[in-house]
Design a protein around this ligand. Structure first.
Ligand code: MN
Ligand code: FE
Length: 337
């Protein structure tokens, strides 16, 4: 890891200077993000709407699964976007990183838009989707956990000038990039893509496929940021902090497994909640290794090997209907699920 290019400087409100590049990896992530351009309205939802209404394509359990996944996305995409603007963008001073944050914020707005598009397409009860973070215990538990472990950063006297402040900022990055984006979205993504794989709601699957490609780079960027800040100020990373971070990731994996049990009580689509124990442990291990923590969850096998292929190539859509841009960055985007 290069040490040039201060990620957390003292002054935020200064003119950013992108050239000469100090973090070329981050610049590449920015270009990869732009290469995945998409909008929810480009995706044809007409067949999804027919399937949603026809009363036979989707079982009640499958419809519930979709409503719960959207309920979780509604709350958490908004939390991630808000944290990005109010906290991450407030303290990160490096110009290339700030350029990436501008792109990421736009992508989070698309993810919010996906939820809106689905509420409109399926005529969902808005309260059920947008109040899931209050009313559905397994969803509330995830959002509450995120907010609980990141409150200190909102203190009036918070600053990243001290080592303690930098550590608190790092805790925020770990919570949002590795736990919210890097863990909490993953069972929902797998469930929706499993529907698409069975020719159900392929428009929604397509939106989630693009979202997952975005999120894959967000996680890569967050991991880079965390490691680069630790390289700049090695005293931030203490044994105690590592233990605490390990506990947070363990708790996050457990909350995600609880959520999968809640959403898949009877097992559908060839999926059952037990598969998500393996999957979330596998995902948890990728997050731990990303930031150099040695602890590993027991299971390290991916029960959904088809997932990365779908995300990478759009394999579930008709070959001839695929857009040229699907191939544009093949091999760049997806490497950790
Ligand atoms: Mn997002
Ligand atoms: Fe994201």
């Amino acid at each position: 890891m290069k040490k040039s290019g201060i990620i957390l400087g003292d002054k935020v409100a200064v003119v950013g200077q992108i050239l000469p590049h100090k973090h070329p990896e981050v610049w590449k992530m920015y270009l990869d993000g732009v290469g995945n351009n998409w909008t929810p309205t480009e995706v044809d939802m007409s067949k999804d709407i027919d399937q949603w209404k026809d009363g036979q394509t989707l079982s009640k359990d499958e419809q519930l699964l979709v409503r719960r996944c959207l309920g979780f996305f509604a709350g958490t995409e908004s939390l991630v976007g808000t944290n990005l603007l109010t906290t991450v963008a407030k303290w990160v001073t490096d110009a290339e990183c700030r350029q990436y944050l501008l792109r990421q914020a736009y992508e989070e707005s698309l993810h919010n838009w996906t939820v809106v598009t689905c509420c409109d397409s399926f005529n969902l009860k808005v309260d059920e989707v947008y109040e899931a973070h209050l009313n559905i215990p397994s969803i509330k538990a995830k959002d509450d956990f995120l907010m609980e472990i990141t409150t200190d950063i909102h203190r009036e006297d918070f600053s990243t000038k001290t080592v303690e402040g930098k550590r608190e900022f790092l805790r925020n990055l770990i919570s949002y990039y590795l736990i919210a984006e890097g863990t909490f979205f993953f069972s929902g993504f797998a469930m929706i893509l499993a529907l698409g794989r069975q020719n159900k709601l392929q428009g929604l699957s397509e939106q989630i496929r693009f979202t997952l490609r975005d999120e894959s780079i967000h996680i890569k960027f967050g991991t880079y940021l965390i490691n680069a800040i630790c390289d700049e100020t090695p005293s931030i990373w203490t044994k105690k902090f590592e233990e605490e971070t390990t506990e947070h990731i363990k708790k996050a994996v457990q909350l995600e497994i609880d959520y999968a049990h809640d959403v898949l009580p009877r097992g559908i689509l060839g999926l059952n909640a037990e598969m998500f124990v393996d999957y979330m442990q596998y995902i948890g291990n990728r997050r731990l290794e990303g930031i150099g923590i040695e602890y590993r969850f027991e299971s390290d096998s991916n029960p959904f090997p088809w997932l990365s292929e779908i995300v990478e190539t759009g394999a579930m859509t008709n070959f001839f209907e695929r857009k040229v841009k699907d191939y544009q960055h093949s091999g760049n985007l997806v490497d950790d699920f």
